[in-house]
Design a protein around this ligand. Sequence first.
Ligand SMILES: *Cc1c(COP(=O)(O)O)cnc(C)c1O
Length: 377
Amino acid sequence: MPIVSSKAQIVDSEDIRAVVETLQSDWLTTGPQVEAFENDFASFVGAKEAVAVNSGTAALHASMAAIDIQPGDEVVVPAITFVATANAIVYEGGTPVFVDVDVETLLIDPQKIEEKITAKTKAIVAVDYAGQPCNYDALQAIAIKHNLFLIADACHAIGGVYKGKKVGTLADLNTFSFHPVKNITTGEGGMITTDNEKFAREMRCFRNHGIETDHHQRAQKGTWYYEQKILGFNYRLTDFQCALGRVQLKKLPAWIARRQKIARQFDQAFLNSGFVKPLTKNSEIIHAYHLYVVKLNFRDYSITREQVFTMLREKGVQVNVHYLPVYLHPFYREKYGAAKRLCPVAEQVYEEILSLPVSPSMSDTDVDFVIDQLFEF
Ligand SMILES: *Cc1c(COP(=O)(O)O)cnc(C)c1O
């Protein structure tokens, strides 16, 4: 029985060699690999600065701290995303304001943002859902008009492009995750890219307890003295993880190309299907295909998602559902009294979606197997 993509990450002997070499070096954390990974990453996306942290969640939190979110501030987020997007706002005392998504792409619907903007709104978080860059022209226009920061939760979208500009350069702050399910991995890990040097400096301080110099810098200067300037956290990424990240990053272009090829194979198969409808891919973008999400026509085929999900999992196909609208989680219901029907499109689409496995390690035969299993219904 084939098992399609239960192991998300690809780690080879080159990755292992890089990690082992760093483990044998003088620095296990906050050493030369951190800066090297930051430089590699910044030049990969074409941003001035990249700041490494120990998760995508920490990247979002550091971004909220950089734009100085305070209790009472409101931040616009799409209804459909991973909970961490909204949690990062709450960490700084801010209030997430949920906006509905576009029915075809599940990206935040720019037309529904302005009605949610108040005097307290400070920022918009765009989530490049499934790896597809949002409509950044529309989002930038709204941000400029209302004097808001634009933050990209690009945790799905490393390797994506919008109108010739790489993901990582499309917002004031752009956040990435290197969890094993993401397009490249460091085990756990994250990154923020920005052209704003002040933000970058503040986030390097934030990830290190609010202390301006780090251990490596003090060793180089031969000093012991340091001062804590702000309340920060320990969000540091280790040197051996950064060494892994550098090797992974080199492989990303080939992996994105493979993800796109898999997506085309799915697209072709579902072209005339009445049951399986892939999300729409916009023009003028390169999709990073972290996920391949389809909407299933359960009504006409009198079958439930639970049945489809269970049967595919039993066949070894690692399908998933991304995501329950964030405000329907008990934490948000109880804390913010979020009512049903707040974002009707998100709630409706949530019932229909299924994420198919997509990973560079899948063969054409694996992809055909997934397609055949779906057509069984
Ligand atoms: C994975 C993910 C995060 C959180 O990243 P971690 O590295 O797991 O903390 C945030 N937002 C989105 C959209 C994600 O997919």
